[in-house]
Design a binder for this molecule. Sequence first.
Ligand SMILES: Nc1ncnc2c1ncn2[C@@H]1O[C@H](COP(=O)(O)OP(=O)(O)OP(=O)(O)O)[C@@H](O)[C@H]1O
Length: 244
Amino acid sequence: MPDPAPSGIRLDQATVRLGGRVVLDGLRLSLSERRIGILGRNGSGKTTLLRLIAGLIAPDQGRVTVEGADPFADRKAALGNLGILFQNPDHQILFPTVEEELAFGLVQQGLPQREALARAHDLLAGEGRSHWAQAPVSTLSQGQRHYLCLLAVLMMQPRTILLDEPFAGLDLPTQARLSRRLAALPQRLVTITHDPAALEGADRVLWLEAGRIALDGPPAEVLPAFIAEMERIGACDADADLAG
Ligand SMILES: Nc1ncnc2c1ncn2[C@@H]1O[C@H](COP(=O)(O)OP(=O)(O)OP(=O)(O)O)[C@@H](O)[C@H]1O
């Protein structure tokens, strides 16, 4: 198993404001485990944290580095270091056919189209899905499009893959298949979810609450505490403790 990174993901007092509100509040984190979960309820800042780590937004204060590089300033390094599997495949897919979608990232990185397509065909063959190559993406189901997005990320061989609610909207067999596929990957996975069950196998779970880390530890410690708190909040009629 390759060492996923020399230095991992670091946040140093990273603050993000959106619409005049502090959404991530002075986060200090050093993430180097292979299976990391970020858990939080709706609006806690999970997607914003993912976007920050991915370099899609810059912190208003503080600093973010991924493998030593600033992912916002150094997009080229970020593309090699990080892949993102978005919750909705339709926000990710750009091209009409499967092979074009798979080849795109490598072409962006300077590989000739013919070679990028050949790599796409190799990957599909390895997955037993050679018949997908020329298929219009529009003929794939939601679950298949999600899987295509994962393959597109794997084409780039990033050290770390950020997963945003990877199982949302997938049926149980598709979830089980995707879960096995992800578990077998050598890469570091950072999974963002509101579902504690998705993080039972994690090495480390960070519970994000109102843009801060409420608890950080092994799943056996964090998941029961999170579930108990969600049950407590669920028993109330309104999120009276949510600001704004
Ligand atoms: N562009 C924006 N402008 C203003 N506020 C925003 C913007 N994007 C997100 N927010 C606010 O930031 C907070 C965190 O949002 P974020 O999407 O990161 O949460 P989340 O934990 O991913 O939620 P969910 O589980 O519902 O997807 C929310 O209160 C949200 O309303």
